[in-house]
Design a protein around this ligand. Structure first.
Ligand code: A3P
Length: 345
């Protein structure tokens, strides 16, 4: 019957051929896009995954579902085995600064499909007891991820802890280091507010910020107060620069991350050699919270916990002015070293 109708046969063969060619082109395009996501540098010293360990080409929808669970830290044991998911050492660390917006930065970067966050602060390098547990302990604290993804952790205490730069250097001398900063006086007040809240929760009394920040005997800024010392960014950075070149650091503007996060995130994507994937769709302003919140997809969105974005106590303007004057020369040096300038007073 078919042979009697060669025109119809030719037509069917043409349709089948077009379908096969279309599928082939689609697969080539998908493989191409996966390749673009491959890391620039190796994850760590382990051998790169063999070809049979590469991500199988499953349906797009299924992969999206898996990525979604990975982002939430919810991948199942079966998914881990099936996809050869691995716990990788971080290739980038948010080393500080405390109250700079470290949580917001980590959560926002986690919107990127090639980034997986370590949800908890691990405190491996700043805590001697944890550090003594060894690198395998650290790796086991990491989330499961696909081989091409990069793991990021944040522990803001790293920035100010003496031993940390050398320890991180020993783990990976080419690691990328993210430092998110805010105007130093505001950061110090935010730091104070967090400690104050902790004291109040325990029904403990606490000094006013002014009393802690200013030395009553000299009427000068109290450089022994930790919240003040942490805001002298250049002092801490200089310690890090004994181990890492300045190019390995990226400075994030924590004040802009609050008001206009996308451009800051795009700069980080670039620094991490990631394709630009975080878009305005992923970030929406929530007027009730007064902050940007995160939209992963049509069903999953979230704002940061209420402990982020506390109301600061009012501080005597003369103390604020004194602190700003104190930080000024340190800020100038910080701009000079990092090549990033802020409009801090
Ligand atoms: P405040 O509580 O002083 O407002 P960290 O995570 O390093 O502790 O930083 C906390 C700060 O992150 C908060 O300080 C807040 O201002 C800032 N932040 C930046 N983006 C935010 C966001 N989208 N939601 C909540 N807080 C955010």
């Amino acid at each position: 019957m078919l042979f009697k109708q060669p025109a119809l046969l030719r037509q069917k063969l043409f349709v089948l051929g077009s379908l096969a060619l279309g599928s082939l082109l689609y697969l080539v395009a998908r493989v191409g896009s996966l390749e673009r996501l491959q890391p620039i540098c190796p994850v760590d010293n382990r051998a790169p995954p063999q070809s049979h360990e590469q991500i199988p080409l499953r349906t797009l929808q299924y992969k999206r579902g898996l990525l979604h669970e990975l982002r939430r830290g919810n991948s199942t044991r079966e998914q881990n085995l099936l996809h050869h998911l691995v716990q990788q050492l971080p290739r980038a660390i948010i080393i500080g600064v405390r109250k700079g917006g470290t949580r917001a930065l980590l959560e926002m970067l986690n919107l990127h499909p090639a980034v997986v966050k370590a949800s908890q602060e691990i405190h491996f390098f700043d805590n001697d007891k944890n550090y003594a547990r060894g690198i395998d302990w650290y790796r086991e604290k990491m989330p499961f991820s696909l081989p091409h993804q990069i793991t990021i952790e944040k522990s803001p205490a790293y920035f100010i802890t003496e031993e940390v730069p050398e320890r991180i250097f020993k783990m990976n001398s080419s690691i990328k280091l993210l430092v998110i900063v805010r105007e130093p006086t505001t950061r110090a007040i935010s730091d104070y507010t967090q400690v104050l809240e902790g004291k109040e929760r325990k029904n403990k009394t606490y000094h006013k910020f002014e009393k802690l920040a200013i030395d009553a005997s000299t009427c000068e800024v109290n450089t022994k107060y930790k919240a003040v010392r942490t805001s002298i960014y250049t002092k801490h950075l200089e310690r890090w620069l004994k181990y890492f070149p300045v190019e390995q650091f990226h400075i994030v503007d924590g004040d802009r991350l609050i008001t206009d996060p996308l451009p800051e995130l795009q700069l980080v994507e670039k620094f991490l050699n990631l394709p630009s994937r975080i878009s305005q769709y992923n970030l929406y302003f929530n007027a009730t919270r007064g902050f940007y919140c995160l939209r992963f997809n049509i069903v999953f969105n979230k704002c940061l916990a209420g402990s982020k974005g506390r109301t600061h106590p009012e501080v005597d303007p003369s103390v604020v002015a004194k602190l700003r004057k104190f930080f000024h020369p340190f800020n100038q040096k910080f701009y000079q070293i990092t090549g990033r300038t802020f409009n801090w007073p």
